[in-house]
Write a protein that binds this ligand. Structure first.
Ligand SMILES: Nc1ncnc2c1ncn2[C@@H]1O[C@H](COP(=O)(O)OP(=O)(O)OP(=O)(O)O)[C@@H](O)[C@H]1O
Ligand SMILES: [Mg+2]
Length: 201
């Protein structure tokens, strides 16, 4: 009987420990890396940067983006992830499992501001349009809800905020004091008659 209780206790501890990781994701340019360090420091978490891990593993680089092999990355991360990992990257949700993650923070940025970041970064038209389309439709938020659950997925709008303010908003979500933002760029751009601007031909 006592043995049973001990085993059960061990299992429950394992379950709780296993599910403490955090995901910080969103399309390129929404501000993940600008806030990741301060966030990790405040929470006493360790950053696991998918892009850095991919480079370390020698995954090929094209232009300025890395061609991440999601299957291989899942295996690589098995030894790398700890209870208090903050997993950062636009592919983060695709390389973790639901039981590992307590919350997934999806950063969002208004497409009118995001396009300026992509122009500064000299993205090709295709890369620019693919990523803007993904932001407008909320693909990563949608995938996070599907993969990790609506109860674990929280969106944070970073538009017009200083990094400090973004960090504060994220901390409020992580501490359970906020449910984040509701975002609908599609309605905004169609009301401004800008569908063609963001979805050419
Ligand atoms: N409140 C904010 N939070 C985060 N980033 C911001 C904020 N305000 C402005 N920025 C700016 O947004 C730009 C993009 O940020 P950053 O490079 O951190 O994005 P990212 O999500 O890490 O992109 P990638 O996925 O390409 O690495 C930077 O120039 C950054 O300075
Ligand atoms: Mg970055």
């Amino acid at each position: 009987m006592i043995l049973c209780i001990l085993v059960l206790q061990k299992f429950l501890t394992w379950l709780v420990l296993k599910s403490n990781m955090l995901v910080l994701t969103g399309n390129p340019g929404v501000g993940k890396h600008t806030v990741a360090e301060e966030l990790a420091e405040t929470l006493d978490y360790e950053i696991v940067d998918i892009n850095k891990e991919a480079l370390k593993a020698g995954m090929p680089k094209q232009d300025d983006s890395i061609d991440v092999d999601v299957g291989q990355m899942k295996i690589l991360l098995k030894d790398k992830l700890i209870e208090k990992s903050l997993i950062v990257g636009h592919l983060a949700i695709y390389v973790v499992s639901k039981t590992q993650v307590s919350k997934s923070i999806v950063l969002r940025k208004n497409p009118y501001d995001l396009i300026q970041i992509y122009e500064k970064r000299n993205y090709t038209d295709k890369k620019k349009n693919d990523n803007l389309g993904s932001e407008i439709l909320g693909v990563i938020a949608y995938d996070s809800i599907e993969k990790l659950g609506a109860d674990k997925t929280f969106q944070v709008n970073t538009t017009c905020l200083a990094p400090q303010q973004t960090v504060k908003k994220i901390l409020d979500v992580i501490h359970g004091n906020s449910n984040g933002d509701t975002i609908d760029w599609l309605t905004e751009i169609s009301e401004k008659n800008d569908l063609k601007k963001f979805f050419p031909d």
